[in-house]
Design a protein around this ligand. Structure first.
Ligand code: DGJ
Length: 731
């Protein structure tokens, strides 16, 4: 939401051609072209491959026959309401005098070169009657073909105006067909994809959950233009609203068969008042476009996310042992210290203490009490966190901690002492999600408190090396005592909550820039590129059954790179072998959530070897390019390949996802990607279970050309349900 304008050089770019204003917004390969019509309405007239001669953009308009009547204006770049517009608006304002109409006329624009890779175009529009100004921002990451769009609305009137709908972006696509892939789900079944051909009318995707908005529907989608894209072919958009709250996407097919698209915060119960001269900045809408399929699009998105968005996106990560599923709430100091040895034995970097370590009056021994009371529980941890941190460090491992500072159990001292800090209706029955309520982050005192939870833990225990920041509840009974006291409308709550959260996280990052923090939310209930500015990684789902995870990791991988995806080996599905579970988790940011002492000798030996292998190839996984080779929706196994930037090392993961007779093996080679055709490679199987023999002959050499054109059979079968291959250039 904040703009860091690191202006190196700046220039005004205005093309005036026989009284025409043409605004090209270009990446290194593509362009969006905007034109001001005779009524100074700005309209998007092109989105496609960039022209080498910028001057020719002006000729696009001559080919279009929309002009004439008002009902033909579907391609406005920020469609206002109440005047000529009859389609879904991007902006709806109730002016100070009660008038609900807005017109937006072009004023000026500028394009600033922020550095060698990023440009920022700002377009200013003004209502000629009410003096409400709108600035539209288009930040373009040249090489990654990523466009980041947002809007600033300024009240130039003397009285208060009310924003009823205030989108981040309004786009127009001229194509023959539009195939929308979006996601739905619930706890433990996140990221279920659904693809449909858009028909006339409006398709709305939205969330009204308040906090962990994407529990049911993440603010992310894939849109194929003309025909359905696949990994290698097709025009495709991957998009995300960088906002951890309520959102709304409108896909409106107009009478020309074109697609109007509007993205932003959900306007449901979210009218926002602006006093005179006050401005409002919308969340940022981010998308990448590729004409070469979903593979290219997601590699661009990943590169962009690592370089510009995810906190420490190009750094390294810590492997860990978590105690959640190993103990749940049932532990004490000695039990935990006993588990530290497991982390050491496995060879992971860190022990992560999960929920249940805090609260005294209402001890956190289950999820019904204690949330909000962040003092160590004296019975479980008589010597406090400090002792645990020291003990872990003495054993040569780091120590991490779980917190859920945005939330509260009604059975807690926090609730007793500060009921007015809780989002709840004063005179109504309370409704709970996981027995808890959400704190009112629109209130600066609550922001201080939430920051204080983090700060106090670190002030007292500066050697804590990792945080898992959980957030399990959605917002019911939306009501803020603080907004009421301030005489502010309750409809500010959903927006102010998220901005309040970001203010807290800004403070956390200012003071604690080095700590890795996992964004967790009872599964994949909260992940977006707004939150990931602060977090190094996220928890995809509480469902760690490995076959389910293969599908989920496949879907998440369109939008998020492997370095950010936490994947743990657990006992969720004990029917799956430890090898299969570990091989699946090894494709993300590896962790374990098991009792290491319960592993038999071979399982333990296997895990130790897998951790060591992971450490050897994690740089490829974390910083390299992903190629999705084989979809688990199309064949009984999935295959993912990661390649380093020099094309000299690669790792390939294959997973059987079917138990059906004769469906359970890979009969053919899988064509590899991303390698150098001119290089020679050797292929070696990793993560081989003790006392088994790999059928892969690691003495053979293959040219990159062979592996790309013919491929390689990982030999997945019922006896080899998961296979990890390392491909290395022969020097
Ligand atoms: C939900 C998380 O997803 C789990 O991993 C665990 O941390 C629990 N919360 C703890 O309450």
């Amino acid at each position: 939401m904040r703009i860091l304008l690191l202006v190196l050089t700046s220039f005004i770019f205005v093309l005036q051609h026989s009284a025409q204003t043409i605004i090209p917004i270009e990446s290194s390969t593509h362009a969006m072209v905007i034109h001001a019509d005779q009524d100074k309405r700005l309209r998007q007239v092109y989105f496609g491959l960039r022209l080498s001669n910028t001057d020719e953009y002006k000729d696009i308009v001559r080919q279009l026959r929309y002009e004439g009547t008002n009902e033909d204006v579907f391609n406005h770049i920020y469609t206002p309401s109440g005047t000529w517009n009859i389609a879904e608006p991007a902006l709806h304002i109730l002016h100070a005098d009660g008038n609900p109409s807005t017109e937006l006329e072009y004023v000026e624009h500028s394009t600033t070169i922020l550095d060698d890779h990023i440009t920022l175009t700002m377009i200013e529009l003004l209502d000629p009657v009410y003096k409400t100004a709108v600035q539209l921002f288009y930040k373009v990451y040249q090489e990654e073909n990523v466009f980041e769009l947002w809007t600033m609305i300024k009240n130039g009137e003397e009285g208060i105006i009310e924003l009823k709908k205030y989108a981040s972006a309004n786009l127009y696509f001229r194509n023959n067909n539009f195939y929308l892939t979006h996601y739905h789900g619930s706890w433990a079944e996140e990221m279920q994809p659904e693809t449909q051909l858009l028909t006339n009318g409006i398709k709305v995707l939205d969330s009204k959950l308040g906090t962990r908005a994407n529990l049911y529907a993440p603010p992310t989608f894939l849109l194929s233009l003309d025909s359905e894209a696949n990994e290698e072919e097709g025009k495709v958009i991957l998009a995300n609203l960088a906002w951890s709250g309520n959102y709304r996407f409108d896909f409106e097919k107009d009478r020309y068969g074109n697609l109007r698209f509007i993205a932003g915060v959900n306007d449901h119960s979210a009218e926002y008042r602006l006093a005179a001269n006050q401005s409002f900045e919308t969340p940022h809408f981010i998308f990448t476009y590729s004409g070469h399929g979903t593979g290219d699009a997601s590699r661009n998105m990943h590169r962009w996310a690592r370089k510009y968005r995810i906190y420490d996106g190009e750094g390294d990560r810590l492997t860990l042992l978590n105690n959640w599923e190993a103990t749940y709430f049932d532990f004490d100091e000695d039990k935990l210290v006993g588990l530290f040895d497991g982390a050491k034995t496995l060879g992971v970097d860190l022990f992560l203490l999960d929920d249940g370590w805090f609260a005294n009056k209402y001890p956190r021994n289950n999820d019904r009490a204690g949330l909000g009371d962040w003092q160590e529980n004296r019975n479980k941890l008589p010597r406090g966190l400090n002792y645990l941190v020291q003990e872990a460090n003495n054993k040569g491992i780091k120590f991490g901690i779980w917190i859920e500072p945005e939330m509260v159990n009604p059975k807690s001292e926090l609730y007793e002492n500060h009921r007015d800090w809780v989002i709840r209706q004063p005179d109504r029955k309370e409704f709970y999600y996981r027995n808890q309520l959400v704190l009112d982050l629109s209130n600066p005192a609550v922001q201080d408190y939430v920051f204080g939870v983090f700060d106090t833990i670190f002030t007292k225990n500066p050697d804590i090396a990792y945080v898992k920041w959980d957030a399990n509840s959605i917002i019911y009974n939306a009501w803020s005592a603080y907004l009421d006291r301030q005489r502010m409308p309750q409809s500010h709550l959903y927006t102010d909550y998220v901005n309040g959260l970001y203010k807290v996280l800004d403070r956390v990052r200012l003071k604690y820039p080095k700590v890795p923090i996992m964004l967790c939310s009872g599964g994949g209930g909260r992940v977006d590129y707004g939150a990931l500015q602060y977090f190094t990684e996220f928890w995809l789902s509480d469902n760690t059954a490995p076959v389910d995870r293969v599908f989920m990791q496949w879907e998440y991988s369109y939008f998020y790179p492997a370095i950010a995806m936490c994947a743990h080996v657990t006992d969720w599905d004990k029917n799956a072998s430890i090898k299969y579970r570990t091989d699946v988790a090894s494709m993300g940011k590896l962790g374990f959530d098991i009792v290491v002492d319960d592993l038999d000798e071979n399982d333990l030996k296997f895990c130790q070897e897998a951790v060591s292998n992971y450490q050897s190839f994690s740089d490829i996984l974390w910083h390299g390019d992903l190629y999705r080779l084989q979809s688990p929706y199309e064949k009984p196994f999935a295959c993912f390949q990661f390649v380093d930037s020099t094309k000299s090392r690669s790792v390939v993961f294959s997973y059987l996802v079917s138990n059906r007779y004769r469906a359970n093996y890979s009969v053919e080679p899988v064509r590899l990607k991303g390698l150098d055709p001119a290089k020679q490679y050797q292929i070696k199987e990793l993560n081989i279970y003790p006392n088994t023999v790999s059928p892969i002959d690691s003495t053979l050499h293959f040219s990159g050309e062979y592996l790309i054109k013919v491929g390689f059979n990982p030999d997945v079968s019922a006896n080899r349900r998961s296979v990890v291959l390392e491909i290395k250039e022969i020097e």
